[in-house]
Design a protein around this ligand. Structure first.
Ligand code: NAP
Length: 343
């Protein structure tokens, strides 16, 4: 058998400010022989998530930083090509933290442990609407947001993988939903395809003025994906007993210095509001419930989603940057290989 060569991208320097393609370097190495308990996975799709920017910084977080010289960490879906683990057979489709590489040698247990993707599930779904972003929308909106019929919900990063699902779940719960996104095309998709009641283009509109116009009784739930000025504008307009769900703050992920905190924080006191952050992995024991619900809503056409699939391992760093340039239209993925049924 010809030797398999693994093409991969390693982190070679830590970004200061905006992440650059040059923070990563392509490397090639032979795929090692398996030892007992290991499987060899051919990566098919890689997931790109804004949180990966945080993994590049050398500071404590919910996961350790990616080490200099290490393959860039990322979620992925792949197929088992060789197995020395009784729990996995050649041809199984699996998901896990396989990284920016064509081949991954992984084993049960630990951070990179693979899990099987049930037969019949389209290959990209465990990374998109049934994956981390869909689950984040589900738990953030329902558990922290606690939506009630007739309430006004505002979602930022609304056309993205997480925001679009959060807004649609709020619609399913009978709320009025306003999305904030960058550009007319994303805003049009929100109102024409995803069923949002209104959309605000933060790159063109006066966000504060639009929020005042669209939320005359105030904001009951703000699902925040971006932080910064938009968080501040929403805090200024919360209703009594509002819930502010801190999901992400992408506007500052690439800042050299963290910006000062929101000016309108004290509005939470006046309006008896609550602001709470969360990390989706806290809900691991309930992932099955959420995947079941999301899967049902998707199959019934009640939740629509978009996937932005770039191609080729050589494009991994450029694909990552798309998230911070607002170029991704829905869940950002990279296709690495065609499935070959374990061959
Ligand atoms: N707490 C958790 O456990 C958890 C889990 C998953 C994701 N998240 C967070 O959820 C958020 C969305 O993640 P995602 O994976 O669904 O990504 P995404 O929304 O599909 O893509 C990122 C989007 O962020 C917007 N953006 C980029 N730079 C921005 C800026 N400076 N200001 C405002 N918007 C900006 C862009 O949309 P526009 O074109 O609209 O600007 C871009 O398309 C992120 O903050 C992420 O960290 C949190």
């Amino acid at each position: 058998m010809t030797e398999r060569i693994n093409r991969k991208w390693c982190l070679v320097s830590r970004p200061v400010g905006m992440v650059q393609e040059s923070n990563f370097e392509p490397r090639e190495e032979p795929v090692p022989a398996l030892t007992d308990g290991q499987i060899l996975v051919r990566t098919l799709y890689v997931s790109f998530d804004p949180a990966m920017r945080g993994w590049l910084d050398d500071r404590p977080s919910y996961l350790p930083p990616v080490g200099l010289g290490d393959v860039m960490r990322a979620g992925g879906v792949g197929e088992v090509v060789e197995s020395r683990n009784p729990d996995f057979a050649v041809g199984d489709v699996v998901q896990g933290l396989f990284g920016w590489q064509e081949w991954a040698v992984v084993e049960s247990g630990g951070m990179r442990a693979p899990s099987k993707v049930p037969a019949g599930v389209p290959l990209t779904l465990p990374l998109s609407v049934l994956g981390t972003t869909g689950l984040t929308a589900y738990f953030g909106l329902l558990d922290l947001g606690e939506p009630k019929e007739g309430e006004t919900v505002v979602v930022s990063g609304a056309a993205g993988a997480t925001g679009s699902v959060a807004g649609q779940i709020a619609k399913l719960k009978g709320c009025r939903v306003i999305g904030i996104a960058g550009g007319p095309e994303k805003c049009r998709w929100l109102t024409e395809s995803a069923g949002f009641d209104a959309a605000i283009d933060y790159k063109r509109d006066d966000v504060g003025a639009k929020l005042s116009e669209l939320c005359p009784k105030g904001i009951d739930i703000y699902f925040d994906n971006v932080g910064g000025e938009i968080l501040d504008a929403c805090l200024a307009r919360i209703a009594d007993r509002a819930r502010v769900v801190l999901c992400g703050g992408i506007s500052s992920y690439n800042e050299k210095e963290q910006p000062p905190g929101p000016r309108n924080l004290l509005n939470l006191i006046i309006h008896r509001g609550r602001m709470e952050g969360f990390i989706v992995i806290d809900y691991l024991p309930r992932f099955g419930e959420a995947v079941g619900e999301l899967g049902r809503w998707v199959s019934e056409g009640k939740i629509v989603y978009q996937e932005d699939v770039q191609e080729g391992i050589e494009n991994a760093p450029a694909t990552f940057l798309r998230l911070f340039q607002g170029k991704n239209v829905g869940k950002q993925l990279l296709k690495i290989a065609e499935p070959q049924g374990g061959a």
